[in-house]
Ligand binder design. Structure first.
Ligand SMILES: [Zn+2]
Length: 126
């Protein structure tokens, strides 16, 4: 979803990365699946490296849930990204009124803010 229409009339666009108006959220019930989806391929990769068959592991796993052009240096980012896509959902903050919009599956759940726009996802911790 690249655009969210807020009830205040504002359109939240998700075009740039990192976005200051959207983030991923991880429910506690998905924490183990998220971590397992990262730990399992890393463990396989490390074990393959220990056994001296790392090139074989990469060859075997290309196209098997990983992109064909998977390089070893992008491997970690790719498995983290894959786990995010599968185990996390998106949340958007309207920069006009501060409403939060949670994407749960294909359903958008919206909640109004009592304190306006709070820059929750801007990366500014102040
Ligand atoms: Zn709004």
């Amino acid at each position: 979803m690249n655009e969210i229409k807020c009830q205040c009339g504002n359109t939240i666009k998700e075009g740039s990365y990192p976005s200051s108006t959207s983030a991923y959220y991880l429910t506690e019930s998905n924490e183990d699946r998220y971590a397992d989806a990262i730990a399992m391929p890393v463990e396989e990769c490390v074990e393959s490296a220990k056994a001296g068959s790392l090139d074989n592991w990469f060859s075997t796993n290309k196209g098997n849930g990983y992109p064909e052009d998977l390089s070893k240096d992008t491997f970690a980012y790719d498995i983290i990204g894959n786990s995010q896509q599968v185990n996390m959902n998106r949340v958007y903050e309207c920069e006009n009124c501060g409403s939060l919009h949670f994407l749960k599956g294909d359903t958008l759940l919206s909640y109004s803010s009592t304190k306006g726009y709070n820059k929750l996802f801007s990366g500014d911790e102040t």
